[in-house]
Design a protein around this ligand. Structure first.
Ligand code: FAD
Length: 379
């Protein structure tokens, strides 16, 4: 016999778990379907820059890591162009305690897993599910390669960047000073150092978006040579570096599912897509998971605010979610994609122009503040 729930969430990543917690708080019965975890062969080096708006959502469901050292407040951000251009953001200038937090992903995942464990409205199910699950609404949070989205025949329009991201962690000679740093290079690469280990930390999460043609050489280099290269790109900003984790790499893409909501083919209910199952963007602005958690918050808000007579499968209701999130996604994706493209153009005139534009942008405080507030999710 089918087990009945109000909502079935497929995918227990950060977005799926957060959505489950938000909906269970609304007294809905949620089935949370998780894929069996593959055996961990290497340490997880991921760290995300999370915005104040996302922190508020996670705190509201006890999903924020309890260990203060797992979430380092960012007091300033420095973005360097490939010539003289630079943009500086500071928390003090924006009148906020932090621009965001660099959060250790394994710590965040553990905290969310624990929060779900203690929430009685959430029933965890590991695939293959022992019994069929029926629910008027299924939310697909299976990430970029979502099998359910493909089975539903929803196209995922994707453009692959000519870059891949290499992520690792490094110990630095000098303290990071709670500053997130990013360098655009003349080769079209983007290097980011994100501060870890709390205010006094001397460790950074490294994300290097490197041109595909140089990927295998960069991965084949020994740790010392790789660290020296990072040190050179960063202009020795944090002194000598030593890698303290293996390197992982990901392809980068700009992608959007053509529909984010719809009816289940047998008309037994409706579906909605959220997180990377609905969209993916370049990590240069550190917005991917922030955006996915924004989806979770908006979908939960639309559901909580629905008229009592509306069913959870009501497509009019779900389209409110789709409209709101797609409009915002288009703005963010256009901005990150535009920046990525601007910095991969090799022509000297374009290089001059983009660096000049960075200088202008840095001086025009109201525009800079608007951009900072949008990135913090405060607009
Ligand atoms: C290099 C890099 C750096 C990044 N840095 C940042 C950053 O600083 N800040 C930021 O906001 N974002 C960042 N992102 C983006 C971020 O990683 C993603 O946006 C985020 O992981 C999306 O979360 P999700 O829960 O939607 O999907 P996922 O994290 O992909 O989770 C999907 C889950 O669904 C499960 N699943 C899949 N199929 C099934 C199935 N059939 N049944 C059940 N379960 C299933 C998977 O096992 C997984 O647990 C970065 C991305 C990259 C590549």
């Amino acid at each position: 016999m089918a087990a009945s729930f109000d909502v079935c969430i497929r995918g227990a990543g950060i977005v799926g778990r957060t959505l489950a917690l938000l909906l269970a708080r609304e007294r809905l019965q949620v089935a949370l379907i998780a894929a069996a975890k593959p055996p961990q062969t290497a340490p997880d080096v991921r760290a995300y820059a999370l915005s104040p708006a996302v922190r508020a959502v996670l705190e509201s469901v006890r999903g924020w890591p309890a260990d203060a050292l797992a979430a380092t407040p960012v007091l300033a951000m420095q973005v360097h162009g490939d010539q003289q251009g630079a943009v500086h953001f500071s928390a003090a200038q924006q009148g906020v305690p932090a621009l965001g937090w660099i959060v250790d992903v394994p710590a965040l995942e553990r905290q969310l897993e624990q929060a779900c464990h203690y929430q009685s409205g959430i029933t965890p199910v590991t695939v293959p599910a022992p019994d069929p699950i029926s629910a008027p609404l299924t939310v697909i949070c299976e990430g970029r390669a979502s099998g359910t989205r493909a089975a539903l025949g929803v196209d995922y329009e994707s453009v692959h960047y000519t870059q891949q991201a290499i992520a690792t962690r490094a110990e630095c000679e000098k303290p990071h000073g709670q500053i997130a740093r990013q360098w655009f290079t003349a080769d079209g690469d983007i290097l980011a150092f994100l501060p870890l280990g709390g205010p006094q930390g001397k460790e950074v999460a490294v994300i290097w978006s490197v041109q595909q043609a140089r990927l295998s050489d960069s991965l084949a280099e020994d740790d010392a040579a790789f660290a020296e290269r990072l040190q050179a790109i960063s202009g020795n900003a944090l002194g000598a570096l030593r890698l303290n984790a293996p390197r992982a790499h990901w392809p980068l893409l700009l992608a959007r599912a053509v529909r984010w909501v719809g009816a289940w083919p047998d008309q037994s209910g409706s579906f909605a897509l959220a997180g990377d199952a609905a969209h993916a963007m370049h990590p240069l602005a550190g917005q991917g998971v922030n955006f996915g958690l924004g989806d979770a918050a908006e979908l939960a808000r639309v559901i909580a605010a629905r008229q009592a007579w509306r069913s959870l499968s009501d497509l009019k209701l779900l389209r409110r979610y789709e409209r709101a999130r797609q409009a915002q996604w288009l703005r963010f994706a256009a901005a990150t994609d535009g920046l990525q493209r601007l910095f991969t153009r090799p022509e000297p005139g374009v290089a001059w122009l983009r660096n000049q534009a960075m200088q202008w942008f840095d001086r025009i405080t109201p525009i800079k503040s608007r951009a900072a507030r949008a990135a913090m999710g405060l607009d």
